[in-house]
Design a protein around this ligand. Structure first.
Ligand code: 2HA
Ligand code: ZN
Length: 269
């Protein structure tokens, strides 16, 4: 069977980037079994050939109506598929979908009828919002970084922006490369419409959000950039943990020094 990637170098590059990031997630120990998911919006490179492709699945409802995604195209990790398998065989462990004109359902078009991630409602809701505001953010990444998830098991860390300032204060790069900080969403059922709604709302203020006692969800222009944001936050969490393991509370960069960074690098937040 001919792959959708054949003679499509830009699409191939984007899928290869997804596969590369999937490998990082596995290597970092953030993607046990089928944990985590990735979707990317590929509507901008959906050519006439892609638009003419016949569905290879029935219409599947999303659970929400997403008006900005009419006729949109996405590559999605498959539900119950391993991240480490996505790294090696992306087209066997993910699929390209086309949103239907009713904006409430989709069909799979290539390469195989691999049903998308259980978190598709959250992912597509985020893509809908990002498309609506024309942000150019095309990648959504959800993963289970050990130290960051552990931190959400401590109630004081769940207060608004408590974790953001703590993580920013561990190393200047986190302030610079995750300039909007980390939003926290109280525990909600994985895959639920409630989690999707809360995620979209919180991502209006942040680029990365924590799902309490579950994982992070990051949005950025491409999958590498989304991974980088989670990676710098995770590095900060590890520095915090290393200091605690050495038996002391880390001092942290002062608010004044962080403010100076914000001005010097012209950062939002
Ligand atoms: O895809 O991580 O949150 C598996 C998950 C669900
Ligand atoms: Zn998860």
């Amino acid at each position: 069977m001919k792959s959708i990637l054949e003679s499509r170098p830009e699409l191939t590059k984007r899928i290869n980037d997804v596969a590369e990031v999937a490998g990082y997630l596995w290597q970092k120990g953030w993607a046990e079994r089928n944990g985590g998911n990735i979707t990317i919006n590929i509507t901008d490179i959906a050519d006439e050939g892609i638009k003419a492709m016949e569905p290879i699945s029935d219409a599947i409802p999303v659970g929400r109506t997403l008006p900005h995604l009419k006729g949109g195209y996405f590559f999605c990790k498959g539900t119950n598929r391993r991240m480490r398998d996505l790294a090696r065989w992306p087209m066997e462990n993910g699929a390209v979908i086309r949103m239907l004109d009713d904006c409430a359902g989709y069909v799979i078009i290539a390469d195989n009828p691999v049903k998308p991630t259980s978190e598709l409602t959250s992912h597509l809701s985020i893509h809908d919002y990002q498309t609506g505001i024309g942000s150019g953010r095309k990648a959504v990444l959800h993963t289970h970084p050990v130290e960051l998830v552990a931190m959400t098991h401590h109630r004081p860390f769940l207060e608004k922006d408590k974790l953001t300032y703590l993580l920013w204060s561990m190393i200047p790069e986190t302030r610079a490369f995750c300039p909007k900080g980390l939003g926290v969403i109280p525990y909600r059922m994985p895959g639920s419409v409630e989690l999707a709604g809360a995620t979209v709302e919180t991502l209006k203020e942040y680029d990365v959000v924590m799902w309490e006692k579950h994982g992070v969800c990051a949005v950025d222009t491409d999958v590498m950039a989304a991974f980088d944001q989670v990676d710098v936050l995770s590095k900060s969490a590890q520095i915090y943990l290393a200091a605690k393991a050495m038996g002391f509370e880390p001092d942290g960069t002062t608010r004044e020094d962080m403010e100076a960074l914000k001005i010097a690098f012209n950062l939002p937040g």
